[in-house]
Design a protein around this ligand. Structure first.
Ligand SMILES: *Cc1c(COP(=O)(O)O)cnc(C)c1O
Length: 360
């Protein structure tokens, strides 16, 4: 068996020890005589798996007691509608910060449910930075302020937490969730799909302050009403049981690494290997403002785009896959989530040097 270094933006690489444990437990989960996939979500085994996953996540992130942790379906794209349905709370408009492709999608969808005020945008200049907070035109009557904390396609990340005063801050954290410690109490709501940093696709994690729920629009499907799901321990409908189990294994793996402080240190080290190299060469480049560069998704281009295919082919031959950039921006993108070992990043940079030497 050979495993590749998989730089996919999502679904993405998972920690090998987690996959091994899942394989060991596949046919018989801890003496139950069943695979987790075969368990009733109402049975004591799965209830314990679910409770442990939630407990571990609360512990890793330091989620305050007045926040609900929900394991839902619909993905972050589903949340683009589910958030306004639940969070308008009698108000008619919401503020959105536009930092790239994912913010744009959120804005477009929210417009079906409310008036959207784009309080700041970095579109001018091609989405290569996070607009400074002193340029934001926030509305004090907005229901919430929505940000995308890490633009997976553009490779632009917030390295600070906006201050939105009394107006709840809502963040799509899909691609930098649990990549470093954050202060959950600064947010009204955090949502993230699992397939970037948490596990297989299938679960959307929602962390929401409990005073903000219970006022969903009447049209909200019950399965997407945060209050109904919170009152039912995320089991108003059948949850994606296997993904929740896998998420629990990943949370345990993070805990064993030393928690989110250790994960952040490792992520910084990995990103530095790649960004430091990009600083030393003009053969490759990354257009993002230095202070806003993502630690998770590193887009880069070859100055000579006619070499793109040769670069990708050579990478593939060396066991490095999924480096092609998103179709909307082209070039390359290396996604280096928590589970990407530093060896993968070092191998990539070694290959970039070798490729430049033979084509430069
Ligand atoms: C991947 C991603 C999404 C889309 O998630 P789906 O699971 O396809 O709904 C949304 N936002 C961000 C920031 C992402 O990285």
């Amino acid at each position: 068996m050979t495993r590749v270094f998989n730089f996919s933006a999502g679904p993405a690489t998972l920690p090998e020890p987690v996959l091994r444990q899942a394989a060991d437990e596949m046919l018989d989960w801890r003496g139950s005589g069943m695979s987790v996939m075969e368990m009733s979500h109402r049975g004591k085994e799965f209830i314990a798996i679910h409770a442990e996953a939630e407990q571990l996540l609360r512990e890793l992130m330091g989620v305050p007691a007045n926040y609900k942790v929900l394991f839902l379906q619909g993905g972050a794209i589903g949340e683009n509608a589910i958030v306004p349905m639940n969070m308008l709370r009698g108000r008619s408009s919401a503020d959105y910060i536009d930092t790239g492709e994912w913010s744009k999608k959120s804005i477009k969808e929210a417009k079906k449910y409310c008036k959207v005020n784009v309080a700041a945008s970095s579109e001018e200049g091609g989405y290569v930075r996070v607009p400074k907070q002193d340029t934001w035109k926030l509305d004090k009557d907005a229901a919430y302020v929505h940000i995308c904390s890490n633009e997976t396609i553009g490779g632009v990340e917030y390295h600070w937490t906006p201050d939105t005063g009394e107006v709840p801050l809502v963040a799509d954290m899909s691609s930098n969730f649990i990549s470093r410690p954050i202060d959950v109490s600064r947010y009204g709501l955090i949502y993230a799909g699992t397939q970037k940093n948490v596990g297989p696709a299938g679960v959307t994690i929602v962390i929401v302050r409990d005073d903000l729920i219970g006022q969903a629009l009447p049209i909200t499907p019950s399965a997407f009403d945060y209050k109904i799901q919170a009152d039912n321990d995320s089991m108003f409908n059948t949850p994606p049981t296997y993904t929740i189990y896998m998420a629990g294994l990943v949370f345990n793996w993070i805990k064993a690494q030393g928690g989110l402080n250790a994960i952040e240190a490792n992520n910084r080290k990995k990103a530095a290997v790649l960004y430091d190299h990009l600083e030393t060469t003009s053969f490759f480049y990354n257009p993002v403002a230095r202070e806003d560069r993502s630690l998770m998704n590193v887009p880069f281009k070859l100055r000579d785009e006619s070499l793109d295919d040769a670069f990708l082919k050579g990478a593939q031959a060396r066991g490095m896959v999924q480096l092609k950039g998103h179709r909307s921006v082209g070039g390359m993108r290396a996604s280096i989530y928590n589970a990407m070992p530093i060896e993968g990043v070092v191998a990539l940079v070694d290959y970039m040097k070798e490729f430049e030497a033979s084509h430069g």
